[in-house]
Design a protein around this ligand. Structure first.
Ligand code: 1GP
Length: 234
């Protein structure tokens, strides 16, 4: 299996070249406005992530196709469940929710995904996904029925990230939850970054340039921003 997209993330992380992923939640996206959306996102965007905790309307595939038609950026699936897998993307974060103790999100959804992945030529990127308390209840916590890790317990967060690495994850994703009040703090990001030797993704509640830069400075190799670029209801 070709690992082009992962190799790019890995080699850039080794030379401290930072990546910015914009997250598109198909449930909150208007496909007819794809071009306008792509004009509004930052010029330095390196990846488009597509996914949501739920895809009640089954729009993921059409969203990916529309983005593909109008952008040459890599499109990486960030699925809330196996039904969101589509062959039209370039790669998939194959997530395991390591902060939780719900077997459905540690191994159950992954098994359900396999038949779809056998058919699709997607690059599969094993990712240790760690939900951290962002100050409000996140959709991830609600849907997965798991508790986030406390930002006060950095040792458990660091050890959970290392567990992921030891189990073979190629990326670690620190997630405060979409719309978090408190993004993952810099101290946690830097402790995790020092402990692991695989690239680190950070997202959830990052809305401003200052917050993004703080996450990069602390050691994030890739920052994910979603809500900041969603169309606001007038
Ligand atoms: C959520 O990390 C992402 O999965 C992005 O969060 O929507 O708060 O930017 P925001």
């Amino acid at each position: 299996m070709n690992q082009l997209h992962y190799q790019n993330i890995l080699s850039d992380s080794l030379r401290e070249k930072k990546h910015l992923a914009i997250l598109i939640d198909p449930d909150k996206f208007t496909i007819s406005e794809t071009e306008i959306f792509l004009q509004k996102i930052p010029k330095e965007t390196t990846h488009l992530f597509v996914g949501g905790s739920t895809d009640a309307n089954g729009y993921t595939q059409e969203t990916v196709k529309a983005l593909k038609n109008h952008s040459s950026l890599p499109i990486i699936l960030f699925p809330g469940d196996y039904t969101q897998i589509t062959k039209y993307a370039d790669a998939i974060l194959f997530l395991s929710l390591l902060s939780g103790r719900n077997p459905e999100y540690l191994i159950g959804q992954q098994l359900k995904a396999v038949d779809k992945l056998k058919e699709a030529a997607l690059e599969i990127i094993p990712t240790g996904y760690i939900l951290i308390d962002g100050g409000n209840q996140s959709a991830v916590a609600r849907v997965s029925k798991t508790e986030p890790l406390s930002q006060k317990d950095s040792l458990t967060i660091v050890n959970t990230a290392l567990t992921g690495q030891f189990m073979g994850a190629k990326l670690i994703y620190l997630e405060a939850g979409s719309g978090a009040i408190k993004p993952v703090n810099s101290n946690i990001i830097s402790q995790v970054k020092k402990a692991i030797n695989i690239p680190l993704i950070v997202g959830g509640g990052i809305k401003t340039e200052a917050q993004k830069q703080a996450a990069f400075k602390a050691g994030a190799d890739m920052v994910v921003m979603g809500t900041a670029f969603e169309a606001k209801d007038e």
